[in-house]
Design a protein around this ligand. Structure first.
Ligand SMILES: [Zn+2]
Length: 320
């Protein structure tokens, strides 16, 4: 293209950009930029916020960062989502302080135990904060900012899953250094692969929604392999250690499975559209179940650690 043609095209391009910025590309740009935060119905919000048609009202939208932050104190359809994981963050932060200052010293923990609990609880806290950030800033007037927070929310879920794997594998294969390393390295590379996939420009698009769900299912579901391996290495279902801890592992799967079901099916609001806008929606149940699941797994890890400290490793499987 010659230079004068480019010059002719430029003002047009500039004009289009200016128009785009001014209108923000939204159909329902509010007449006045809100000085205080107003709520919108599902029909009024920009397309990129339309994810759940059963939540019909109570949306924040078109907000600058400052008002997004301030909206933490108003009642919207994200209030429970924000506060559930903010309180979750405080819970895991306090658990961390309590573990490091009293629980671990009292149970004669060694340096490895400290590292494992620090990693696990740090991952849970990161997961909670990423989620809070997303639900707080999803109403940002820029779609790009919203998408960035969404990818951070997904990254946070991966980190949360990692926080479950690390103590789980460490204590399950406490007496078998080889398999412990194999599984820890496998999980780390898997989570890294998911991070790399998130860089893909189409990862957050709507047509990749199923692929995203499938990836998370794989990353979490693959834990069945080390779980079965752990049962087998310990001599099957009849041995004391398996009978002691398998029920706890199964409860973990039950919580994770139901959390995932609520997340995917949008139950119960799909049966009561418009009635669970502020309280009782599936995403809120998912949030609470994630906190319960992390807490349960943390307590389970403490139990297994106490068990491992009280009993020496059997000679035939000990390779550490
Ligand atoms: Zn969420």
């Amino acid at each position: 293209m010659s230079w004068y043609k480019m010059l002719l095209k430029m003002p047009q391009k500039l004009l289009r950009t200016a128009h785009y910025i001014e209108l923000g590309s939204y159909q329902h740009w509010p007449v006045l930029i809100p000085q205080r935060i107003r709520l919108y119905t599902y029909e009024q919000i920009p397309l990129f916020l339309k994810e759940n048609p059963y939540i019909t009202d109570g949306y924040r939208a078109h907000l600058p960062s400052k008002l997004c932050l301030r909206s933490i104190f108003i009642l919207s359809n994200e209030t429970v989502n924000i506060w559930s994981h903010l309180l979750g963050f405080l819970l895991f932060f306090s658990l961390g302080v309590n573990d490091l200052s009293s629980v671990l010293p009292a149970s004669g923990a060694n340096r490895e135990d400290y590292v494992i609990y620090t990693i696990g609880l740090f991952c849970f806290q990161v997961c909670m904060l990423c989620s809070v950030g997303y639900h707080l800033f999803a109403c940002h007037r820029s779609e790009k900012t919203c998408r960035r927070w969404l990818s951070l929310d997904y990254a946070g879920i991966s980190v949360g899953i990692l926080g479950c794997y690390v103590p789980g594998i460490f204590y399950a294969f406490y007496c078998n250094a080889f398999w412990r390393q194999v599984y820890l390295l496998t999980v780390l590379s898997l989570i890294l692969a998911v991070f790399c996939a998130q860089v893909h420009p189409r990862y957050l698009s709507n047509d990749w929604q199923r692929i995203r769900t499938a990836i998370f299912c794989c990353v979490a579901g693959i834990s069945v392999i080390p779980a079965c391996h752990w049962v087998w290495l310990n001599g099957g279902f009849t041995t004391a250690v398996v009978q002691l801890f398998l029920p706890r592992v199964l409860v973990m799967y039950l919580i994770a499975g139901s959390a995932f079901l609520f997340y995917v099916t949008k139950i119960p609001e799909r049966y009561f559209p418009g009635q669970l806008n502020y309280l009782g929606a599936s995403h809120q149940v998912w949030h609470v179940l994630v906190v319960v699941m992390f807490y349960w797994w943390h307590q389970t890890a403490l139990n297994i650690m106490h068990f491992r400290h009280s009993q020496s490793c059997p000679a035939q499987t000990s390779s550490s």
